[in-house]
Write a protein that binds this ligand. Structure first.
Ligand code: GAL
Length: 343
């Protein structure tokens, strides 16, 4: 009896040990290193709003990158893209679902960049790396874990480059902006969400740079249009009525609001007003080429998505990140931008 029990107890252990040795032997000696890697990865993406034009441009590029990666590596990519529709609670639930589905990495465009803590808590508990983009979480949150990354454009650079478009135009043909020839450019300002780093810093550096470079500007009024074409259009319509013939320049934190301002200018039959944007979205680039916008500051969206996808894929595969990325403090990447003016 005693003997039987002993052999019965040993049997499963013996089999398991044999299997373990066989597995170690097979994988360690006869299979190439790469074949032990995953053959598919799952990445959960949550967008703060699916109807944001710039975010949609980035989304398309990201999808393109994922397809190119599949073609090049043979690794299947499940890109699960969700729209948080402006609700942080919805986004938190999406993150919960991504984790329960076994996502290997998360790509989050936070609704409330000041309130990324629930996302970070969930990701840390499940040990799933996160790449935030476009809406930068506060530093204290970003420093909670070494598997948190942020990708965006440098808003100070966007503001300075935008000012350069106005400066160049004014210095080359002052009458193009100083429409009434009084030596002053009267401008109105269209700003993005008040809590967004890109709105606050772009405005500050655009205006400051123009002043520093001696461009004579004077503000008539300004307002928040939350990045949106229709809100910008409504504000601009009011201003055109309130300041008939006085507005000479519209400085916008993004292209979509610039296009909204142009819609109102067209509706009101005003002409000659200079409009500048930021983003270089497709509709913005067209408006520049058609001469309806003075210029825009375009972020390199292909590179934005390429770098973002490479971090996500490497994290999902459990690989080291490409050292050539040279991430600031090991976690921040700023995508390059350039000025676009009519050729
Ligand atoms: C900004 C961009 C805007 C809007 C916003 C959303 O960087 O310029 O167009 O997309 O992000 O967070």
């Amino acid at each position: 009896m005693k003997k039987m029990m002993g052999s019965q107890m040993l049997k499963p252990f013996g089999r398991a040990t044999l299997c373990l040795f066989a597995a170690v032997f097979l994988t360690g000696c006869s299979q190439p290193e790469a074949s032990r890697e995953k053959t598919s990865i799952r990445i959960g993406v949550s967008l703060y709003r699916g109807d944001d034009v710039f975010i949609n441009n980035i989304r398309s590029e990201l999808e393109r990158e994922a397809k190119a990666y599949e073609r090049e590596t043979g690794i299947k990519v499940n890109l699960d893209i969700q729209d948080a529709k402006g609700s942080q609670n919805t986004q938190n639930s999406q993150v919960e679902r991504f984790i329960s589905l076994g996502c290997d990495a998360l790509c989050i465009n936070p609704v409330d960049r000041m309130d990324a803590s629930s996302i970070i808590d969930q990701a840390m508990t499940a040990r799933v790396p996160v790449v935030f983009f476009n809406r930068q979480p506060v530093e204290e949150d970003m420093n909670r874990w070494d598997q948190l990354y942020y990708l965006g454009v440098d808003p100070k650079e966007s503001g300075i480059l935008q000012a350069g478009i106005v400066e160049k135009c004014y210095k080359e043909t002052p009458e193009r902006l100083d429409l009434n020839g009084d030596g002053v450019i009267n401008y109105v300002l269209l700003e993005g969400e008040s809590s967004h780093q890109d709105a606050l810093i772009r405005t500050e550096w655009s205006i400051q740079t123009l002043k520093d470079r001696g461009v004579p500007i004077e503000k008539l009024t300004g307002g928040i249009a939350n990045w949106e074409r229709s809100q910008a259009s409504a504000l601009m319509e009011q201003w055109l009525k309130k300041y008939p013939g006085e507005i000479e320049l519209v400085i916008c934190n993004n292209d979509d609001m610039a296009l909204g301002a142009i819609d109102a200018i067209d509706r009101e039959g005003a002409s000659g007003i200079g409009v500048v944007g930021i983003d270089g979205v497709e509709s913005g680039l067209e408006a520049v080429q058609e001469g309806r916008m003075l210029g825009t500051v375009s972020s390199n969206k292909e590179q934005y998505a390429r770098v973002m996808f490479s971090i996500l894929a490497d994290k999902a595969m459990g690989r080291e990140l490409d050292p050539e990325l040279e991430l600031e403090h090991g976690k921040y990447y700023r995508c390059p931008q350039s000025v676009i003016e009519k050729e």
